[in-house]
Design a protein around this ligand. Structure first.
Ligand code: ADP
Length: 203
């Protein structure tokens, strides 16, 4: 199965692009959704997180207190590493299990932090959704009802556009409108189908 890792900064258009591929019956696996499922009460990830960071990370009903965990993680770099060491293997195992079940020429794996991760999930190709900073800012401001400063702060906390661009295999330029976006998705879809076919024939 050809795996395409889809990534990009906040507001670049990842969710929109995922929907367009999904409309063409291409399966989309979302690492964020998997991570959220893995920290539900009763899951071993939540137990490991509680053992590592203490019961203060739990709400009274036993669910994960995300704000508390975020505070702990931002307090020291090694805490973030500790959380990644717990979560990444579990998320990756779940992604691999879902990929193994798929019947499709290729699939998308949406991992917003694919390029930031020290030990990323291994994909065949990295597809980056890109747009200029000002476009990204405007889209985040209007989607999330944030001030310009808040949106800018989130963007500044992420990897720079230039650093992302050098690491991508494929690129969607999401500067223009929905029509241009759909056209690029269709073109990429065709090239992924060709790649997937070539791989099965040479296997
Ligand atoms: P991400 O998932 O990367 O955070 P989204 O797909 O949610 O980004 O897109 C951010 C916002 O910009 C959303 O409100 C979306 O509807 C809008 N958007 C995305 N692509 C375009 C486009 N080409 N033209 C206009 N608006 C867009």
């Amino acid at each position: 199965m050809l795996t395409i890792g889809l990534t990009g900064g906040i507001g670049s258009g990842k969710s929109t692009v995922c929907r367009l591929f999904a409309e063409m019956a291409i399966p989309v696996i979302d690492a964020d959704i998997i991570a959220r499922q893995l920290v539900q009460p009763g899951q071993s990830a939540l137990q490991q997180i509680t053992e590592a960071f203490g019961p203060a990370v739990l709400n009274e009903d036993g669910s994960l207190n995300r704000a508390k965990l975020r505070d702990i993680i931002f307090s020291a770099a090694d805490k973030k590493q500790q959380l990644d060491n717990i979560m990444h293997p579990l998320v990756y195992a779940q992604i691999a299990a879902e990929v193994a079940e798929l019947k499709a020429p290729y699939c998308l794996i949406a991992v917003p932090l694919l390029l930031e991760s020290k030990n990323p999930y291994a994909v065949d190709r990295v597809l980056l959704i890109d747009c200029p900073l000002e476009t990204q800012l405007q889209r985040v401001i209007s989607r999330d009802q944030l001030s310009r400063q808040q949106a800018q702060a989130i963007i500044d906390s992420q990897m720079s556009r230039a650093d992302r661009l050098v690491k991508a295999d494929d690129l969607i330029d999401n500067t223009a409108g929905p029509e241009q976006l759909a056209e690029q998705v269709k073109r990429l879809h065709n090239s992924y189908i060709l790649l997937a076919t070539a791989r099965t024939q040479s296997a």
